[in-house]
Design a binder for this molecule. Structure first.
Ligand SMILES: Nc1ncnc2c1ncn2[C@@H]1O[C@H](COP(=O)(O)OP(=O)(O)OP(=O)(O)O)[C@@H](O)[C@H]1O
Ligand SMILES: [Mg+2]
Length: 339
């Protein structure tokens, strides 16, 4: 279990992490999301005792990292994949780490096998590709068989097979009852991997909740309705208190009413329905919606023109945006708001 309370870190004038409190619990994968520069890596470094907090504290299994007697056996982390001696082989890099924490030598072979590096174990790690370096970093994190694992963008540089492998590995580690905390910018991957989320922007907490809840609240839920009697149905829905917009293909996007209520209303009026589909936006939609006020670095053409709108729509991978997103529920602070 990881517990952060009022965690704060400044670098000169930059507030990298600002009064951040959250828990990462065992038995599930917790995704750590936030725009570039929002403080994810800084937070992870503080958890691993590599950076000192200016205020607040963070503990692993109830203790600050530096008070753990055998840290690698309690918490493993992949923070910088290239934090290796380039002249050392993968095997010797892991063996040196094992010696520092009284970890049996046999464990080195096991983790090399686990990450698929056995064949290149005697090669100089400095010559490894980005993906091989990530695998070696993951092997180092697993070395002490720790109950708490941190991964900062572990799929960075991995090929599709590698990305899938990491997904299954993280889920398996969580299913074994471990605490798994992972950052990533790949929203579709996070949607498949994470159970729970901690979302930050400009160093502050934006949301801490199950993935499904985050998506439902932030991306909005709506019902797609197709009917030959569009005008009549729209009028009836609006009178019943729903909000209706017409999509480009003529379907109605309805918020504020359940699919069941819409179906009943249609039946009462004798209107035929050709489609009645409850839909939720994607995790990417939800992330954009909740973090766009805290994005510091906009690519050209993606910044909100008037400073208030969302960035350019996603590439079509997500569901269509809802007509009107429901108000954020409890637990979702407005972006940048203090918690
Ligand atoms: N060692 C450092 N010295 C000075 N500033 C730093 C240092 N490390 C981080 N920062 C600053 O702190 C802020 C948070 O950085 P951090 O790397 O934690 O963000 P991040 O969420 O991991 O971003 P990314 O998604 O790009 O990896 C940024 O403004 C960054 O420039
Ligand atoms: Mg980072």
């Amino acid at each position: 279990m990881i517990e952060a309370r009022g965690l704060t870190k400044h670098y000169g004038d930059t507030v990298a992490v600002d009064d951040l409190s959250f828990d990462v619990r065992p038995g599930q994968v917790t995704g750590f999301l936030g725009p570039n520069g929002s403080g994810k890596s800084t937070t992870m470094r503080m958890i691993m005792g590599l950076d000192h907090a200016d205020a607040g504290r963070v503990t692993v299994n109830g203790r600050p990292y530096r008070h753990l007697p055998w840290p690698l056996r309690e918490v493993g982390g992949l923070l910088e994949a290239k934090a290796i001696h380039p002249g050392r082989s993968a095997y010797h890099h892991l063996l040196a780490l094992a010696h520092t924490n009284d970890i049996p030598k046999a464990r080195v072979g096991e983790v090399l096998e686990e990450v698929g590096l056995t064949a290149v174990a005697r090669k100089r790690a400095g010559k490894f590709s980005l993906g091989m370096g990530q695998r070696l970093g993951i092997a180092a994190a697993l070395l002490g068989d720790p109950g708490v694992l941190l991964f900062d963008e572990p799929v960075n540089g991995l090929d599709p097979e590698g990305i899938r492998w990491v997904r299954h590995l993280l889920k398996r580690l969580a299913a074994q009852g471990r605490t798994v905390f992972v950052s990533s910018h790949l929203m579709s991957e996070m949607a498949l991997t994470a159970d729970h989320l901690v979302v930050i922007g400009r160093g502050r907490l934006i949301a801490e909740m199950p993935v499904a809840e985050f998506v439902a609240h932030a991306a909005g839920q709506f019902v797609r309705v197709r009917t030959p009697a569009g005008d009549e149905m729209t009028g009836a829905l609006v009178r019943a208190g729903a909000h209706v917009t017409t999509e480009h293909d003529g379907a109605l996007a309805v918020t504020g009413m359940t699919a069941q209520a819409i179906g009943d209303l249609a039946q009462a009026r004798g209107v035929a329905l050709h489609e009645l589909t409850p839909l939720t936006g994607s995790l990417e939609d939800a992330f954009m919606e909740l973090t766009h006020d805290s994005v510091e670095f906009w690519g050209s053409g993606s910044a909100p023109a008037d400073g208030s709108g969302a960035p350019a729509p996603a590439d079509g991978s997500g569901a269509p945006a809802p007509a009107a997103a429901p108000a954020p529920a409890d637990g979702v602070a407005s972006p940048g708001a203090a918690r």
